[in-house]
Design a protein around this ligand. Structure first.
Ligand SMILES: [Zn+2]
Length: 141
């Protein structure tokens, strides 16, 4: 299989509700998010998907929705207090915002919508919280 891959860097705040140590605190990361796209066959000039289209469909979604925002789980006990401080900074998520859950959400929800009609699918997403720590979500083909 041939894939096309592009990454994008964003700065995002979060906290992990229920975490046993310091990830329970309000903090953030300079995330690097890698998108791996596949198609049943290459297009007429030999591409899975033009890299500029990965940028337009997926990287720009990150810019518009997550960059410089604060991710909070809808069941986080601090959510109402955080909304009172600055509601425009908060992105309420259906999942506790770990790197694993962010990767899964980007593949299963965001990319399904963003890539619809392109003939391509996001088969893997890697979410780096730091240069040392990352989570990967892959679709089984
Ligand atoms: Zn963190």
């Amino acid at each position: 299989m041939i894939t096309a891959e592009r990454y994008h860097d964003i700065s995002v705040g979060h906290r992990v509700a229920g975490h046993e140590s310091k990830c329970k605190y309000l903090h953030g990361h300079n995330y690097r998010i890698h998108f791996v796209v596949a198609a049943p066959e290459l297009d007429s000039i030999g591409r899975v998907m033009d890299f500029s289209v990965i940028k337009e469909k997926l990287c720009m979604w990150l810019e518009d929705n997550y960059d410089h925002k604060f991710l909070m789980w809808e069941h986080d006990p601090l959510l109402e207090q955080m909304k009172a401080v600055d509601v425009l900074s908060i992105v309420i998520t259906e999942f506790n915002p770990t790197a694993e859950n962010i990767a899964k959400h980007l593949v299963e929800q965001v990319a399904i919508y963003q890539l619809s009609g392109t003939g391509c699918i996001l088969i893997e997403c890697r979410v780096e919280e730091t240069r040392k720590c990352l989570a990967t979500y892959k679709i089984k083909l």
